[in-house]
Design a protein around this ligand. Structure first.
Ligand code: NAD
Length: 270
């Protein structure tokens, strides 16, 4: 492991445009269960998975009922308000501050990268602390709507202040398209990068899982390995098995990423 940590640090220091891609695994050490890991929400409760697959269809069919349910039931991931970023999130934020990571693209909706200080952040599946118009994609702070009052007055769903269409959670539900702005910027980053550090994702949720494949195919088209793809994950993934990634650091992101950061700092001092 020590050798791989040093290799990752060297690759990061040499890179010109490094990206981090993250998934639910980077947040498990902050107390949020993932979906498909051994203690994951889907692994333990397949019924919850079926229900999640229907959320977007429910919003489309009856936005008022969707909001009634949201306001009366606890969130699937539990209460996210009191959670704090862990050393994995903090290491990525520091690598960005050092101008080594140029951008982080996360599937997570938990706001922990932002709390950790990551600034150039693309939240591919949205953010649980924001609302989004289902038509024009304007984003809102939930505080901009008095949801309790709207519910009491029978005025749900909240209406977009720009175009009047129903507003939903900013979280991208299964079956819902990725908002065009985030999808385009993520694809652009994947096409620009010369290094991807992929942390805590099973890499089976599409279209996010296409991003490493886009980077790899672009490079193969040029017939040289110009892109280095590194995984930090508790277990191998399809990216490992299909040789999309160059190497896997198998273990916890909260332990491995700070060790990579320390090595990067040593190399910078040399
Ligand atoms: P996933 O549950 O499919 O996979 C998580 C991966 O991380 C697994 O391979 C697991 O073994 C690994 N892992 C777990 N803990 C780890 C740790 N401490 N260190 C390293 N690896 C660890 O998650 P996914 O690929 O992100 O896909 C799930 C989808 O569900 C995403 O789209 C995401 O939006 C959503 N989700 C988000 C959160 C969150 O915001 N924190 C939590 C659960 C699910």
């Amino acid at each position: 492991m020590e050798e791989l940590i040093q290799r990752a640090a060297r690759d990061l220091v040499r890179s010109r445009h490094a990206l981090a891609l993250t998934g639910a695994g980077i947040s498990t050490e902050s107390g949020i269960p993932d979906f498909r890991g051994p203690g994951g929400i889907w692994t333990k409760n397949p019924e919850a998975e079926k229900k999640a697959y229907q959320a977007y269809a429910r919003f489309q069919a009856d936005p008022k009922q969707y909001w009634e349910e949201r306001l009366s039931q606890p969130s699937l991931l539990g209460s996210l308000e009191s959670l704090k970023p862990n050393p994995g999130h903090l290491a990525l934020a520091e690598l960005e501050k050092m101008n080594i990571l140029k951008c982080t693209i996360t599937q997570n909706i938990d706001n922990l990268h932002r709390q950790a200080g990551s600034q150039n952040l693309l939240e591919y599946h949205g953010n649980a602390f924001r609302l989004r118009c289902s038509s024009c994609h304007s984003r809102y702070d939930p505080g901009e709507y008095d949801l309790k009052r709207l519910r009491q007055e029978g005025k749900l769903p909240p209406a977009c202040k720009e175009c009047g269409a129903p507003v939903k959670s900013d979280v991208v539900h299964f079956g819902e398209g990725i908002p065009a702005d985030v999808a385009e910027q993520s694809l652009e980053q994947a096409s620009l990068c010369d290094l991807m550090l992929i942390c805590g994702t099973s890499a089976v949720v599409y279209p996010f899982a296409l991003l490493p494949r886009v980077a790899r195919e672009r490079q193969d088209a040029r017939r040289h390995r110009a892109v280095t793809i590194i995984e930090v994950n508790a277990e191998p993934t399809p990216l490992t098995f299909e040789n999309i990634s160059d190497y896997l650091l198998q273990g916890k992101t909260g332990e491995i990423l700070p060790r990579i950061l320390e090595e990067v700092k040593k190399l910078r001092r040399e």
